[in-house]
Design a protein around this ligand. Structure first.
Ligand code: AMP
Length: 424
């Protein structure tokens, strides 16, 4: 098959690396891609918001299958448009992608289907929202309804902070994403992520992971897109995994089907593991970044037939095999990220780093220039490693990082600390 992958981050490099290894892949294309993906795929500078241009590219290059990495094109209906043009595509329809695109939609679905999640209400006006906050007390969580690139959630410790968040969101700071908001109770526990592959009817559990959202060691500093991750998440044991499937994932698939919007694609559940059991914080409708960079190294089976089975509704007959090892990834970011940062610095030592046992390097914001690799974004590299334990995977990842020369970059030194404490 000729396959087109859409996206340009570390997630897409991990997907490209895995799909390029499939005997089903004839030619692999990627748009727009990055310098690492260019080692696996032919990259093209397509605009992902221009669905007509993507369809024209598919026709010109005989593309049989399109795999969509990020959420924005899914929420904008890229899968619907490709399918209308007769091109098979992996991921949910526009309506089904509301599981990520609208927090209110997901909360209402949880209410109807009896899925465990924090108590909530939806609001269109600040006065009612503020009255609700005062009636519930603090801590309380204020969320913009739409896609806000990680900026739409405020965990408020005081009424004043919650009111400021309501004014910020309704004040237009997040654009259309803030036309509506959800206010929900604060949940305490440990957070973890759970991934399932879905075909509208059947959900196949993939694996669990945990990530580190804060920029600096000790889970301090500003929130980022993710500074590292590991899989599996030790807190999700077999019993919890079975509960997540039975109480959260499967009821979601049944509810989506009943509403005429069967869910196909990866369903990524952000969970709070509370003393009462797993509760849903949010859904994402694609692989996580950096979680994908630990899932792909652990997947022993071929990825391409699994993605095709999701599209074709035949997941019931599919079985995936996983390496028993743990995987861990450390993100290397440009100094200043998630604030302002410079582009264009030179990165060296990548081949030496990739030679460390069990290590795979996935590029995020990089570009190639006259044979050199240059930083070209905030999150720049993912250094992933497999190991018998999280501790071994961590040691290998940091041994690889020690071989990379990039003075303009920074990374956390404690990725996986929670799992490593448990291993001690
Ligand atoms: P979300 O985008 O909904 O995943 O929210 C981003 C982050 O905010 C989550 O990863 C949690 O750390 C935190 N968060 C969101 N909702 C809650 C909640 N109800 N209780 C506690 N923390 C939350």
């Amino acid at each position: 098959m000729n396959i087109l992958l859409l996206g340009s981050g570390g997630r897409e490099h991990a997907l490209a690396w895995k799909m390029a290894a499939s005997p089903l892949t004839d030619r692999l294309f990627c748009a727009p891609g990055n310098a690492g993906i260019a080692q696996e795929a032919a990259c093209s500078a397509l605009d992902l918001t221009d669905h007509a241009a993507i369809i024209a590219f598919c026709r010109a290059h005989g593309i049989d299958f399109v795999v969509v990495g990020p959420e924005a094109p899914l929420c904008a209906g890229i899968v619907d448009d490709l399918e209308a043009a007769g091109i098979k595509a992996f991921g949910p329809s526009r309506v089904a992608a509301q599981l990520e695109g609208s927090k209110g939609f997901t909360k209402d679905l949880c209410r109807v289907a009896g899925i465990p999640t924090a108590a909530y209400e939806r609001f269109h006006a600040a006065a009612e929202a503020k009255a609700y906050v005062r009636s519930r007390g603090t801590p309380i969580v204020v969320k913009a309804d739409g896609l806000a690139a990680g900026k739409g959630v405020v965990v408020a410790e005081s009424i004043g902070e919650a009111e400021a968040a309501i004014d910020m969101i309704f004040g237009g700071e997040l654009g259309a994403a803030g036309a509506e908001l959800v206010i929900e109770d604060f949940l305490s526990g440990e957070e973890a992520s759970f991934f399932a592959l879905c075909d509208g009817e059947t959900a196949l559990p993939l694996a669990s992971a945990q990530d580190h959202k804060r920029a600096f060691d000790g889970d301090k500093g500003p929130n980022t897109g993710g500074m590292g991750a590991y899989s599996p998440a030790p807190i999700i044991d077999a019993g919890t995994s079975a509960r997540v499937m039975a109480e959260i994932i499967q009821p979601t698939l049944r509810a989506m089907k009943a509403m005429g919007a069967p869910y196909k694609g990866v369903l990524y559940a952000g969970l709070m593991i509370t003393p009462e059991g797993p509760m849903l914080i949010e859904y994402n409708v694609r692989f996580g970044d950096p979680e994908c960079q630990v899932l792909m190294p652990r997947l022993m089976s071929d990825l391409v037939p699994a993605l095709l089975a999701s599209c074709d509704g035949v997941l019931k007959s599919l079985d995936l095999r996983w390496h028993p090892q743990s995987a861990l990834t450390v993100v290397m970011a440009a100094k200043g990220y998630p604030g302002a940062y410079a582009k264009g610095s030179v990165i060296e030592g990548l081949a030496e780093a990739a030679a460390v046992e069990g290590v795979e390097i996935f590029h995020a914001g990089t570009k190639q220039d006259a044979g050199r690799i240059l930083a070209n974004g905030g999150r720049v590299l993912n250094v992933s490693a497999l190991g018998k334990t999280v501790s071994e995977a961590q040691a290998r990842a940091y041994a690889a990082i020690a071989r990379i020369q990039w003075p303009e970059g920074y990374y956390r030194h404690d990725i996986g600390w929670r799992a490593i404490e448990r291993e001690k």
